[in-house]
Write a protein that binds this ligand. Structure first.
Ligand code: FES
Length: 119
């Protein structure tokens, strides 16, 4: 069993970013999404992440930045060689932790006009 070290951006909306670091046990082939799900299950259920298809690379919901590059968390392999830096998508409004606002602006406007607030 190897250990990955993930430094994960935390915070809600526009509040200043902070980073929490987690050590995650893994076996070869495990992905960043596997580690995030492990963290939510075993360390911090408040960590906000988004995913749907798990590893079919279909939904694109798990897109985040790892070490500054935009990737799919469900297909990015864990590494034991270094601390991996995880951030929400650059250039998108942050909702919470690793979850960014990805809906088109028009869709957001229609939601505001209808009085329905996003979660
Ligand atoms: S969870 Fe669907 S593409 Fe990653």
């Amino acid at each position: 069993m190897k250990t990955a070290r993930l430094r994960i951006a935390r915070g809600i909306g526009d509040e200043p970013l902070r980073y929490d670091e987690f050590a995650v046990p893994f076996e070869d082939g495990a992905t960043v999404l596997d580690a995030l799900i492990w963290i939510r299950t075993h360390r911090d259920p408040s960590l906000a992440i988004r995913y749907s298809c798990i590893n079919a690379n279909v939904c694109k919901e798990c897109t985040i930045a790892v070490d500054g590059s935009v990737v799919y968390a469900c297909t990015t392999r864990l590494s034991a060689d270094r601390v991996m830096l995880l951030d929400p998508l650059p250039g998108k409004p942050r909702l919470r932790d690793l979850v960014s606002e990805t809906r088109p602006p028009r869709e957001r406007l229609e939601q505001r006009l209808s009085g329905h607030r996003p979660v």
